[in-house]
Write a protein that binds this ligand. Structure first.
Ligand code: KG4
Ligand code: ZN
Length: 342
């Protein structure tokens, strides 16, 4: 079964063709460069850029997969969470395409897409596992009971991990989004240069908080003065990264023990982070657990993960109704009681 996936929730226009939810035949991703000079995504510009490029990218995805629309069996598109204008471009395109070709279509939750990126690449991953979702918009620990059945164990009280990486990257004069560049810079830095606060690390439960860490970095940079900041950019990057990653690893270890899972995955853009992968791998290995994460290209926003999630959703629940629309604040779990954390 061939699924055509479409992702336009933020600033990547992406179309992919995936066979049986597991085999990527093509995954074309265009990252919109226009936002760099504004230091963040400008929603209206993102919508216009999606509109301009979605059809050429769709054609390229079919051509790279060496298929035609006639070969496609299912269309899957992100319905949320994300920016409403960008979401509407992809969703409307998907619905129109499905209608014209007489195909079923399925609306996909973007976060479920990130989680499914692991299913796409790791066929031996247990259906019941724990995932740490770390992206530009989300930071949460989720128990995956089976595909589509989630329990959110905890999430961030304020900023997302990726947001903190991007803000600190900006302070250090890196581009936007700067997470990957900060990761590279940190590799030549001393992580013990400053001991930044590990927020909520000692508190019970699985909540995260990144606004305090961000403020601590701002204050440290102010105190240093520009000459020293320039001299210690890599050290500041490494010290920040160490604090950010330490909390993610600690809470994940605790959740893995409490839920007694064997397999743990990383999902979302920050899953590409070298230090997070390394430390998590080491700590999990010590307790006999396995860590999985997607390849770097499949960590950040892409349509192959949407096609995979769409395929599994369709098999579970069938096609979406044509009235289904974009939902900028779509939660992963409808209304879950977070009052009774483990
Ligand atoms: O999942 P994603 O592509 O978009 C959202 O759904 O938000 O995540 C993007 C985030 C950005 O904040 C970006 O800076 C961060 O992922 N990111 C990284 C790395 N690669 C991407 N953060 C830390 N280290 C990386 N190597
Ligand atoms: Zn994402």
């Amino acid at each position: 079964m061939l699924t055509l996936g479409i992702e336009t929730s933020c600033d990547e226009t992406s179309v992919a063709v995936v066979r049986d939810g597991r085999q990527v035949l093509s995954n074309v991703i265009l990252s919109q460069a226009i936002h760099g000079k504004y230091g963040g995504v400008v929603p209206e510009l993102a919508s216009r850029a999606h509109l301009k490029t979605i059809i050429p990218i769709y054609r390229q995805a079919l051509s790279e997969a060496q298929v035609t629309l006639g070969d496609i069996d299912l269309v899957a598109a992100t319905m949320g969470p994300g920016l409403v204008g960008p979401l509407l471009v992809g969703l409307t395109f998907a619905k129109a395409l499905a209608w014209v070709a007489g195909l079923p279509w399925v609306a996909v939750n973007h976060i479920e897409g990130h989680i499914a990126a692991n299913l796409l690449q790791h066929s031996d991953l247990k259906a019941h596992h724990l995932t740490l979702v770390v992206s530009g918009g989300h930071t949460m620990l989720v128990l995956v009971k089976e595909f589509g059945e989630y329990e959110i164990l905890g999430q961030t009280k304020d900023d997302a991990a990726g947001e903190a990486f991007d803000k600190v990257a900006k302070l250090l004069g890196l581009g936007y989004p700067g997470g990957a560049e900060l990761d590279r810079l940190a590799q030549s830095g001393d992580a013990d240069y400053v001991h930044f606060p590990r927020a909520v690390m000692k508190q019970p439960g699985y909540q995260f908080s990144y606004s305090g860490l961000k403020t601590a970095v701002v204050l440290h940079i102010k105190k240093l003065g520009s000459e020293d900041v320039e001299k210690h950019r890599a050290d500041i990057a490494a010290s920040f990264q160490e604090a950010a990653v330490a909390v993610l690893v600690e809470k994940t270890m605790r959740a893995a023990a409490a839920t007694d899972v064997k397999d743990v995955t990383l999902s979302g853009g920050v899953a590409a982070n070298s230090r997070l992968r390394e430390l998590m791998q080491r700590r999990l290995q010590d307790t006999g657990r396995r860590l999985f994460y997607p390849s770097r290209q499949l960590c950040t926003d892409n349509a192959a993960m949407i096609a995979a999630a769409g395929y599994f959703r369709y098999r579970k629940e069938g096609a979406s109704e044509s009235v289904v629309n974009a939902e900028p604040y779509l939660p992963l779990v409808p209304v879950q009681s977070l009052e009774n954390p483990r």
